[in-house]
Design a protein around this ligand. Structure first.
Ligand code: AMP
Length: 231
């Protein structure tokens, strides 16, 4: 019995990969979580996967930690392998949301080959956000070191300043949300990731642009949902 929350494109047609595309701070993580809840398909965030390797202190984590702290991209073959392994899990069979991947042309090519081999279709949703809004969002971001919940001094403050609503833990600034690192991450986006828009256009894929600068997350989510229903 198919999950009733799934739209037809995730059930009847070819399974669909949804690529959420946009600069750091454009709300990809927030939208992924809303979409995951609505459609019952997993969020695949390469940033989260890499952070969990860093936390566990394994060899892969040690190899990528310095790059992540500096706000530069880790090697393509590392993330490509992580994604390839993750997509083999049964929960990805009907579709999935990619958050923060692909970020380079090599990654996009690896992803396309994987999707073709496995009979997946994909759509790309590009979240557009003003540069100054991104800086304000990222530098105002605070995270619970225990449960990972993200807060924002302006748009999503905790009930008690500086304290996690869920865990009661003291919130921290993620190492890569410090201003100098934020600028590095935005440079990486501008130089290595943004040009992928041309790549997707060349491929003739469904590429949708959504203005996500000022609308609240629920309004952005409804726009994405509207696009997916037409697929
Ligand atoms: P994120 O949480 O998606 O902003 O990712 C945090 C950091 O993880 C990035 O600044 C990169 O250092 C690394 N990272 C995440 N995803 C990728 C990717 N697809 N390619 C290369 N590096 C990545």
């Amino acid at each position: 019995m198919p999950d009733q929350r799934l739209r037809p494109s995730f059930v009847n047609a070819r399974p669909l990969a949804l690529v959420l595309f946009g600069p750091p701070g454009s709300g990809k993580g927030t939208q992924s979580k809303l979409l995951m809840k609505e459609f019952g398909i997993p969020q695949i965030s390469t940033g989260d996967m890499l952070r969990s390797h860093v936390r566990s202190g394994n060899a892969l984590g040690a190899a990528v930690e310095a790059k992540m702290k500096a706000g530069v991209l880790v090697k393509d073959d590392v993330v490509n392998r992580l994604v390839e392994e993750r997509l083999k899990q049964p929960d990805c069979e009907r579709g999935f949301i990619l958050d923060g991947y692909p970020r380079t042309r090599t990654q996009a090519e690896a992803l396309c080959s994987l999707l073709i081999a496995r009979g997946f279709d994909y759509v790309v949703v590009h979240l557009l956000v003003d540069y100054n809004v991104i800086i304000a969002r990222l530098t105002g971001r605070r995270q619970c070191p225990v449960c990972g919940t993200l807060y924002n001094a302006i748009s999503r403050p905790p009930k008690v300043p500086g304290v996690c609503d869920v865990e009661g833990a003291q919130l921290i600034v993620r190492e890569d949300d410090r201003e100098a690192v934020v600028r590095e991450r935005l440079d990486a986006y501008q130089n290595q990731t943004r040009p992928l828009i041309e790549y997707f256009k060349e491929k003739g894929r469904s590429l949708f642009e959504i203005d996500a600068s000022h609308d609240p997350p629920e309004a952005v989510f409804r726009k994405i949902e509207g696009l997916l229903q037409k697929q």
